[in-house]
Design a protein around this ligand. Structure first.
Ligand SMILES: Cc1cc2nc3c(=O)[nH]c(=O)nc-3n(C[C@H](O)[C@H](O)[C@H](O)COP(=O)(O)OP(=O)(O)OC[C@H]3O[C@@H](n4cnc5c(N)ncnc54)[C@H](O)[C@@H]3O)c2cc1C
Length: 134
């Protein structure tokens, strides 16, 4: 029997990057330990948009359709002056990756879907002083 405390990879930090890595590593069949100091998803919007290359990564882990259902594509960004008059509009062009070049996100909702995705795989989670392995 293998040592239950031995893992192939430890993912420290379970934000969007860590949870995406955990999905990729779980998909590869690796034995992963996730270590995060806060048990709950931080419930404030921070990152506001994603690009097509990142959506390709989420496509690879089978979550792109579910994630993009909550995103706003094709909005661009309008810069306005003090009187609210637009002076620059930025709308990135596609680079051929098969998804809109920029989509607006709500980070807590995105992290929730990504964490649910990790539940498809055998993984050990450790939050502060508690831990759970499946
Ligand atoms: C106030 C604010 C405003 C922002 N505004 C924008 C914006 O307008 N647009 C935009 O694109 N991005 C914005 N961001 C940035 C965006 O939130 C980050 O780019 C994104 O969250 C980075 O993801 P990450 O997974 O790399 O790191 P994080 O989301 O920071 O996740 C890291 C995780 O690691 C955990 N952790 C850290 N140290 C340890 C440790 N020692 N042990 C265990 N766990 C640990 C943390 O608890 C956290 O859950 C903003 C961020 C902040 C804070």
């Amino acid at each position: 029997m293998s040592d239950p405390m031995t893992y192939d990879v430890a993912v420290v930090g379970y934000g969007p990057v860590g949870v995406t890595a955990a999905n990729l590593l779980g998909q590869m069949g690796l034995n992963v330990a996730v270590i995060e100091r806060n048990p709950d998803i931080y419930a404030r919007a921070r990152a506001i948009s994603t690009d097509e290359e990142v959506v390709r990564i989420w496509q690879q882990i089978g979550l792109a359709d579910r994630l993009t259902a909550d995103m706003l594509p094709g909005c661009g960004a309008n810069f306005v002056d003090a009187k609210g008059v637009p002076f620059v509009k930025l709308l990135p062009g596609p680079r051929g990756n098969g998804h809109p070049p920029q989509q607006f996100i709500y980070q807590p909702a995105l992290e929730k879907v990504l964490r649910a995705g990790v539940n498809r795989f055998r993984m050990c989670h450790s939050y502060s002083s508690t831990s759970a392995c499946a």
